[in-house]
Design a protein around this ligand. Structure first.
Ligand SMILES: [Zn+2]
Ligand SMILES: [Zn+2]
Length: 101
């Protein structure tokens, strides 16, 4: 457990946990290591997001093939397009609000 004692000591002295430079306020890391950690976290989130997006796209495709609403999965009535009336309304509201005025 030498590592923990080392980190505790650095923390107590206000030094970076990864090197021994003075750490940034409330970060326990120096600017260099703080930013590299931030970037790593961001990459992780980005990777997760694209995975999630793919899952949503796959679901949309499946629903479309089955003639169902791509958002909620109910069976579509002919002429409804790719979404049921309900979801189409929601979609329109989102599109308008997102687009701004
Ligand atoms: Zn550092
Ligand atoms: Zn729907």
């Amino acid at each position: 457990m030498g590592d923990m004692a080392y980190k505790a000591r650095h923390k107590a002295q206000g030094l970076c946990l990864s090197c021994s430079r003075p750490s940034m306020e409330r970060a326990d890391l120096c600017a260099v290591h703080y930013w590299s950690k931030l970037m790593k976290d961001r990459c992780y989130h980005e990777a997760n997001r694209s995975k999630r997006n793919k899952a949503v796209r796959d679901r949309h495709k499946l629903y479309a093939e089955q003639g169902k609403c791509r958002d909620c999965g109910v069976d579509l009535i002919e002429g409804e397009g790719t979404r049921c009336t309900n979801c189409q309304d929601n979609h329109n509201i989102h599109t308008y609000t997102k687009g701004g005025l």
